[in-house]
Design a protein around this ligand. Structure first.
Ligand code: SAM
Length: 367
């Protein structure tokens, strides 16, 4: 099967707005970086704690390293980001379902409205936000319904194996698979869908499960998304050979059953989407290593301790909480966010000579 996969290169960015364009800093304009990328997507880590110790993510010896803020502080920060043009909020961690007050936080988020029309003009009559959650699913069975009632739209569950034994070996938590499966089913039942299941493939560890994941997608009616392993782990064990690249996943799936490529849901879609020849099941492949999509990046992240990170691979973070603690007004914080976002990195440099690992690992950023 021929799959066309255009590479996004740095020249895509060069063609956009020049750094000297200070109109991007204008208050009232939609939040953009110096390359002209509109920032519409905010990921908020609501805790640095996690109840899993996935082997590719954590050392197994470290606990939380960073504090968490009162929920009202996250809400104030989100409100300001929304006033600047953010439309999608993804709650993450650590493990967000460990955070007390999460349901109430979702209730508050569900009251917020987007601040800009599609054409970029400000509006008082905006739409509800798109509110999503990324979770390991361990506590999801009990929380799916309250979260749905509070206004959560969608859930993504991280699952790196579809058999109980490999799953427990990855998470280092016994009997974890059944709990997560029950969480996935409950999320689907209460309408937190389409439920996405994210799997990070590691060569020699769970890459034998690609076809079983395809079965899982078809059987459980969930979107399975394979994500390339990135150098974001606590243990610093990443090697290019461990990454299972997109081409290989596509070839394996196509041999299992012919794939049919689906159109992207939006311009900033990070996944290549496929179904099978009978239309049952959906697979996404997210390939930040072999097919970077930085040119379309619309994201920034807020860590559990209130720092802004403009890229997963940033070498530093920006202390929004510090600005708040020093008594910054909403206008001060908006101006600070605009300045920080202007400096968003053009792209990551995974696999290039001189690549430096970021200053925080994934679990302490919020994936
Ligand atoms: N605890 C939640 C969960 O399990 O989804 C949210 C935090 S977790 C850090 C977010 C996502 O990051 C998970 O899907 C995990 O698989 C992914 N992740 C962690 N380390 C990664 C890495 N080095 N490369 C790619 N994805 C990674």
């Amino acid at each position: 099967m021929a799959v066309s996969m255009p590479l996004v290169t740095i020249s895509d960015l060069d063609a956009l707005v020049q750094p000297e364009d200070f109109s991007l800093l204008r208050s009232g304009a939609r939040l953009r970086d110096k390359y002209g990328r509109a920032i519409t997507d905010l990921r908020v880590s609501v805790t640095d704690r996690c109840n899993y110790k996935c082997v590719y993510c954590r050392t197994g010896n470290e606990g939380a390293l960073f504090t968490e803020l009162p929920i009202e502080d996250y809400l104030r920060m989100v409100r300001i980001f929304v006033s600047l043009g953010v439309e999608k909020i993804r709650l993450t961690g650590g493990e967000p379902l460990l955070r007390a007050g999460l349901v109430e936080m979702v209730q508050e988020l569900a009251q917020m409205r987007t601040a800009f029309r599609n054409d970029g003009t400000p509006t008082e009559a905006g739409e509800p936000l798109d509110i999503a959650l990324t979770t390991n699913g361990h506590l999801l069975e009990g929380l799916a319904e309250p979260l749905k009632l509070a206004g959560l739209n969608r859930v993504t569950v991280s699952m790196d194996a579809v058999d109980a034994e490999t799953f427990a070996a990855i998470t280092r938590v016994p009997r974890s698979f059944d709990k997560v499966l029950a969480g996935v089913r409950k999320a689907r039942e209460v309408g937190l869908g389409p439920v996405k299941v994210n799997c990070v493939l590691l060569r020699g560890f769970n890459d034998g499960q690609i076809e079983q994941f395809a079965d899982f997608s078809r059987r459980e009616n969930v979107i399975v998304r394979f994500i390339e392993f990135m150098p974001l782990e606590e243990d610093r064990t990443w090697k290019p050979e461990t990454v299972v690249p997109m081409e290989e996943i596509v070839t394996r799936l196509d041999a299992y059953r012919p794939l049919v490529e689906l159109r992207p849901n939006s311009a900033s879609e990070t996944a290549k989407r496929f179904t099978f020849d009978d239309g049952i099941g959906e697979i996404g492949i997210i390939a930040p290593v072999s097919r970077p999509f930085c040119g379309h990046c619309s994201r920034v992240r807020l860590t559990s301790d209130g720092k802004i990170r403009t890229c997963l691979f940033s070498q530093s973070d920006h202390d929004l909480m510090g600005q708040m603690a020093r008594g910054g007004t909403d206008a001060d914080l908006s101006a600070y966010i605009r300045r920080v976002v202007m400096r968003k990195e053009a792209r990551h440099h995974i696999g290039e000579p001189g690549f430096e690992k970021p200053s925080r690992s994934m679990v302490h950023i919020g994936g």
